[in-house]
Design a protein around this ligand. Structure first.
Ligand SMILES: [Zn+2]
Length: 319
């Protein structure tokens, strides 16, 4: 296969190797028209097949160690999941096991009690909405307009508009807007979207790596240092209590250096005892990369050759 040969040339074994890190959020049990960019089980299975034929998928922690020791095999890659969705356990895990692949799961621990992240609360409110329109906050968080939600197309647009409007509000104000929205939608919020602590422990027991992703998934840059430290360390403590092992891997929420986190948070993750951390900057990692800012990238294509070519081109982006 030509893609595999090209990938082997760009990511040779040893000191000149380049590590590709794929990242996912969900593997849906069935396609969801409100989440068009999330793969369903069949799509995820196909994507893992493409990744496995082009790359060698390795254990995430071992691969990071081998990257810096200069002992990686050619075409190395990792598979990672962010946030801690329940379908990671019920849908993605068995598919990974069929492919005999290891993966890392970065879990935000505050939502393992049946609660949801704000973005999912918005999506579920719109999904279950019985009203014709919903309140749309302006950039200052104040509601002056409404957005129609009469059919699927309008609902998709409404989700994007509402999320864009509230994403950067201070968490307390954002949660107020979400509560208002839920009341206006008249919907009963969906429960059980995230794993429970027993599933996180079971995931760990299968040999998958469980990594830190803070407690409440905040934009770390929006917090003061003490709060950021509590989010990072607290999330790791929670996971250690669940699995019996303190995670050595971490992924920054949202993950863009400079806008979501900065050098202070990098030191906090190191001080909290992690060995490696991941961003959402595209590119491939080399021996010269920073251990606490390893890049990740997943092609969005749903066609094999396009997916593979984009994954190969990503190897040329240095981080
Ligand atoms: Zn996340």
């Amino acid at each position: 296969m030509i893609l595999r040969a090209l990938t082997a040339l760009s990511a040779p074994a040893g000191e000149r190797s380049r590590l590709s890190v794929f990242y996912f959020h969900r593997a849906l049990a069935r396609p969801d028209p409100l989440l068009p960019s999330e793969p369903d089980a069949a799509t995820f299975d196909r994507m893992l097949g493409w990744i496995g034929s082009q790359f060698r998928v390795l254990d995430p922690l071992d691969a990071c160690e081998r990257l810096f020791a200069g002992t990686l095999p050619s075409r190395p890659a990792l598979v990672t999941f962010d946030d801690g969705y329940r379908d990671n356990f019920t849908v993605a895990l068995p598919i990974l096991q069929q492919h005999r692949m290891q993966a890392a799961f970065f879990v935000s621990t505050a939502f393992l009690d049946g609660s949801m992240m704000f973005n999912d609360r918005v999506i579920e409110a719109v999904r279950g909405c019985t009203a014709q329109s919903l309140p749309l906050p302006g950039p200052d968080g104040e509601v002056r307009r409404s957005v129609p939600v009469r059919d699927l197309a309008e609902r998709r647009v409404a989700i994007d508009l509402i999320l864009a409007a509230i994403k950067h509000l201070p968490p307390a104000q954002r949660d107020e807007r979400v509560l208002e929205l839920e009341r206006a939608a008249g919907a009963t919020p969906a429960r059980g979207l995230m794993m429970d602590p027993g599933q996180v422990a079971a995931l760990h027991r299968t040999g998958m790596r469980v990594g830190g992703h803070t407690r409440t998934h905040p934009i770390l840059l929006a917090l003061d240092d003490a709060a950021a430290e509590r989010e990072i360390g607290g999330g790791l403590d929670d996971l250690a209590a669940m699995t019996g092992e303190r995670p050595l891997l971490f992924a920054y929420p949202n993950g863009k250096p400079g806008s979501d986190f900065d050098a202070r948070h990098v030191s906090m993750v190191e001080r909290a005892g992690c060995h490696y951390a991941f961003t959402t900057q595209p590119g491939a990692a080399s021996r010269a990369s920073r251990r606490y800012e390893l890049p990740r990238f997943t092609p969005w294509d749903r066609q094999r050759t396009k997916f593979g070519l984009r994954a190969w081109r990503n190897l040329a982006v240095d981080r």
